[in-house]
Unconditional design. Structure first.
Length: 310
């Protein structure tokens, strides 16, 4: 391995005030909670962090706040996700100035680029700074699936330090793990799954970036520890428990993916006292009413609510 990035790396949510500003006290509290739970890194400004909705000023504020709250205890990976290469390189410079330890980039989001152009994109992003660059493979948002051969090639050449795979293509991820191993493992490979983490670790993933870890970081750390010890029965039991908790994302049928996913995480976290409100970035409406009550019930059943709230 050419990088120390590994383990449980939550894609931290961006807590917001009722009027849509970044809730700094909640963000600081949440960051400290995740690190104290034993996570191995923090991924800021990912999809779970609602990066696409934030202004440049808000993005910089979020990175600086998380970096300060982490205090060097674990690496901070900052998403530098934007429409085209020039805009991504601007985000890289901001992340560097804010103290990030690595940057994470998708293929260009709005531009329609072929594989050769995407390769040039990643090379240009990597050349912008000395920070390690991880590729973020998330075709549901970018509409482009990053080819395994390109990723391994860029890893061998030192352009990429790793990959966060949120493609949902488990066969593709397994092929990427095999190709990376055959090349000498130049890449740290992370899965974005929440509910098949045990399987991804068994097949060779170096780490996990689960949005649900915002709600139960300690559970994912336990899963990781059991997998590292070769206790696959124990890892499966913890994964089954987390899969039951993941039912919170299915409580908002008919709502957008951001509302149902990130919105449910925020409700669960707000009910635990980790953040002050479950406000979503405009124009997404947060979850409330019966939906929020069902989410709270699932979180309670998982044993995650403070004693006074049970």
């Amino acid at each position: 391995m050419t990088t120390s990035f590994h383990g449980i790396v939550p894609p931290i949510v961006t807590p917001l005030t009722a009027d849509g500003e970044v809730d700094l006290p909640s963000l600081e509290r949440l960051t400290r909670h995740l690190v104290d739970a034993g996570v191995h890194g923090i991924f800021v400004l990912g999809s779970t962090g609602e990066v696409a909705y934030l202004t440049d000023a808000q993005r910089e504020l979020v990175v600086r706040t998380v970096v300060t709250a982490v205090g060097g205890r674990v690496p901070v990976m900052a998403g530098v996700i934007d429409l085209t290469t020039p805009r991504v390189t601007e985000q890289v410079r901001t992340a560097v100035a804010a103290g990030a330890d690595a940057v994470v980039a998708t293929a260009p989001v709005y531009a329609i680029n072929d594989t050769a152009e995407i390769e040039r994109h990643f090379r240009a992003v990597a050349a912008t700074s000395d920070l390690p660059l991880l590729a973020y493979d998330i075709p549901v948002r970018v509409k482009t699936k990053l080819p395994a051969d390109l990723l391994v090639k860029l890893g061998r050449e030192g352009v990429l330090a790793g990959v966060k795979d949120s493609s949902g293509d488990d066969v593709g991820f397994r092929r990427l793990v095999a190709a990376n191993a055959a090349a000498g493992s130049p890449l740290a490979l992370f899965t974005g799954h929440e509910v098949v983490v045990d399987g991804m670790l068994l097949l060779g993933a170096d780490g996990v970036v689960p949005g649900l870890a915002n709600v139960d970081a300690a559970g994912y750390v336990r899963l990781w520890d059991r997998a590292q010890a070769g206790d696959w029965v124990g890892a499966r039991a913890e994964q089954d428990r987390l899969a039951s908790l993941f039912e919170i994302v299915f409580q908002a049928a008919g709502r957008s993916g951001d509302a149902a996913g990130v919105g449910s995480f925020k409700v669960g976290m707000q009910r635990q006292g980790l953040i002050d409100t479950a406000t979503m970035a405009f124009p997404v409406q947060g979850l409330d009413g019966e939906v929020a009550e069902r989410i709270e019930s699932i979180v309670r059943d998982a044993g995650l609510l403070p004693v006074a709230a049970r």
